[in-house]
Write a protein that binds this ligand. Structure first.
Ligand code: SDX
Length: 430
């Protein structure tokens, strides 16, 4: 490999491919001319070594356990800012001034309500529908309600769609929760902060005055910040691919929610808490560690491992601290699930298998314990992940739409099926 080129020889012919450097992180070699010049494709299922795009939004150094939102370390942002400030940062690329923050908060607050027809829309679902299924439908339906923010070529409409998504996701998420427990929907209150409003819409009932505990609201806001964006993960890549065809932003976010639902991705927080409940006691941890290491057993330790982090997920640290804050505030002294989580983490972090494979707790390991303590059922855990991740999805979608070099995403394949053969009429088939 010369200074800034990669040399590839295919069937005796050698070509050179340019190498590009980012501001930080691994270089890339541009391979878009490879097929034209050599007649071969690259092959990288799961995109282990493939950069799908150029982005300035979020940076991850998996070996060092670093996560930067527009260059700001996640711990500094989570400790000092709030979720709407992170939304502004991810969308605009800079931290807002006090005036910009006040204006942004006001604009989000005045988009919290959804069209009143949505309250009827929920009633087509069974009460026991998984709220993720309901949210996928709601986001698709948003393109049927908000026609004045689906023209992706119009910058004003792109920003309006972004604001509506950030503002209406908590309202729709709370409605999907209320619907599932047979309680009346609660309207947003513009006098409340973003996370406070979400807890109010989820847990207040018409019969009693409900005051949100500020410590719990702060914990909720921090959870939103930790989940806001994460480079080109599976659901963000889904949103980008859907958006590359020119689909409207609401349809793209619906696709992102569908992808996030999987237990290997955002569904891991729900799966993780169910795993703690399945383990049931600290005594049974060795049995499950053995299963996680057994090649013939499909069981995996939920909340552990990551495609990029080969070190502790920096979000898991903050999540663990937040977990203790919430349990202390709620006076939960000995949560058996937390005991299992802490013991499981200690055993796994000292086990050769996990050390060799560089498997550490990820963002989903502690989040479920906090969300359960806040009063959410496991079925709402990934909905809350989707609520927070919507700003990352829409920021990356906007970046892709506004990139003059973007084209429709259309990967190729290694074909290993039947070669050309002649059709046989069914009369002649035995
Ligand atoms: C998220 O991409 C993102 O950024 C995602 C996310 C985000 O913010 O968007 O961070 C959110 O999705 C976090 C991850 C949540 N998922 C889980 O907690 C589910 C459990 N984790 C695994 O399924 C797995 O670790 C993945 C899916 C997260 C990562 O899988 P990879 O990168 O494809 O790694 P791999 O499956 O190839 O595993 C490498 C090895 C394998 O062993 P070998 O085949 O090499 O012998 O490690 C083993 C795996 O068997 N392994 C595990 C394991 N995770 C990986 N073994 C036991 N338990 C685990 N959890």
């Amino acid at each position: 490999m010369s200074e800034n080129k990669v040399k590839i020889t295919v069937k005796g012919k050698t070509i050179e491919l340019p190498i590009r450097s980012g501001t930080i992180g691994p270089d890339v070699t541009e391979i878009s001319t490879l097929y034209k010049k050599t007649g071969i494709f690259t092959y990288d299922p799961g995109f282990i070594s493939t950069a799908s795009c150029e982005s300035r939004t979020t940076y991850i150094d998996g070996d060092k356990g670093i996560l930067l939102y527009r260059g700001y370390p996640i711990n500094e942002v989570a400790e000092n800012g709030d979720f709407l400030e992170v939304c502004y940062l991810l969308l605009h690329g800079e931290l807002p001034t006090q005036v910009q923050k006040k204006d942004f908060d006001y604009r989000v607050q005045h988009h919290h309500m959804v069209h009143e027809q949505f309250s009827r829309f929920f009633h087509v679902f069974r009460r026991d529908s998984h709220p993720m299924a309901v949210m996928i439908a709601c986001l698709g339906a948003m393109s049927a309600f908000y026609h004045d923010s689906i023209d992706i070529t119009n910058p004003h409409q792109r920003m309006l769609a972004s604001l509506r998504l950030i503002a209406k996701m908590p309202t729709l998420a709370a409605m999907s929760y209320k619907y599932s427990i047979g309680q009346p929907f609660v309207y947003p209150l513009n006098s409340l902060g973003y996370a406070e409003n979400f807890l109010h819409m989820c847990f207040s009932i018409p019969c009693v005055e409900y005051k949100v505990n500020p410590i719990l609201a702060r914990a909720m806001d921090k959870i939103f910040i930790l989940h806001a964006d994460h480079e080109q993960n599976a659901s963000t890549s889904t949103v980008r691919l859907a958006g590359s065809s020119g689909a409207n932003p609401f349809a793209c976010i619906a696709a992102g929610i569908a992808c996030l639902w999987g237990p290997a991705h955002g569904g891991a927080n729900e799966a993780c808490l169910k795993m703690f409940e399945q383990i049931g006691s600290v005594k049974r941890i060795p049995e499950f560690i053995a299963r996680a290491k057994d090649k013939d057993d499909s069981f995996r330790l939920m909340g552990f491992g990551h495609r990029i982090y080969k070190n502790y997920d920096p979000r898991a640290y903050i999540m663990q601290q937040t977990c203790h804050e919430v349990l202390n505030e709620l006076g939960i002294k000995d949560d058996p699930l937390l005991d299992i989580a802490i013991e499981l983490e200690q055993i796994a972090l000292h086990d050769k298998y996990f050390i060799e494979k560089k498997l550490y707790p990820n963002i989903d390991f502690y989040s479920g314990i906090i969300l359960k303590a806040l009063g959410f059922p496991t079925s709402m855990f990934t909905v809350i992940f989707a609520l927070a991740r919507s700003v990352g999805w829409v920021a990356q979608w906007k970046e892709m739409v506004e990139d003059p070099a973007q084209k429709i995403g259309r990967p190729r394949q290694l074909y290993t099926g039947e070669v050309k053969r002649t059709y046989v009429s069914i009369k002649k088939r035995k």
